[in-house]
Design a protein around this ligand. Sequence first.
Ligand code: NAD
Length: 251
Amino acid sequence: MPEAKVAIITGAASGIGRSLAIHYARQGVTTIIGTFPADPHDPEETLRLVIEAGGRAVIHEVDVRRTESVEAFAQRAVAEFGRLDYVVANAGILRNSALEELSDDRWNEMLDVDLTGVLRTLRAGAGRMPDGGAMVAVSSIAGAVYGWEGHAHYAAAKAGVLGLVRSLAVELGPRQIRVNAIVPGLIKTPQSLDPVNSLGPDGLQQAGNDIPWGRVGEPEEVASVIAFLTSNDARYVTGQSLTVDGGLTVK
Ligand code: NAD
């Protein structure tokens, strides 16, 4: 029997990252659950759900704003399980800020997490992967095609992720490491349920009515597509971005 694949996922104590850890558990993929202690999410609950799904995982604190923290996170996979196959740069923040309040500090904070944090994660992962493997970075429709007032810094960071992925796909192609982006639409997670920085529960419900599919997405519906992109079924797919939005952006 082939050895189990090993994945690292940043921001896996909640939302899409948590769903992905559970999805991987069902597929026999071992996960390093990246957790960010500054947030009130419960990594133990992710671990419990992974074990319930028959999987194997460990929790590891990681702050994507710090290179050494991300390097230690990727190293944990190699140290504990002897390999690293899949890297998922999922961690992100969303902050509502109108242009007149969008100070350099706010701008830099956003780019540090949502763009440079992705670079740090992919770089740390690529350095520890053998030739062969797959990486996915989580972008957003706001970074691809969708204008969103109060979120220029978020959109810029998420657009940057798409460029980063395309170029790394070319650079890492000769090593048979694939790099793709996922582009979620409106997904029901702690990020979008936050009424201050995003739509909140009522806003999400309402927004769902305008989506061709008739509702917003569930985190599992993004997680399963990330798992597809890292799987062997997508072995000739690299440098691409795949939108998961129930038809929102083609309406
Ligand atoms: P979420 O808030 O549940 O997940 C984000 C995770 O990132 C959290 O677990 C948080 O603790 C972690 N995080 C924040 N700052 C961090 C840091 N400095 N270091 C490490 N981890 C950090 O929300 P989610 O919707 O599951 O978000 C996952 C990804 O999906 C994010 O990149 C987000 O921008 C993206 N996304 C979400 C939606 C949506 O509608 N929910 C849409 C498009 C893109």
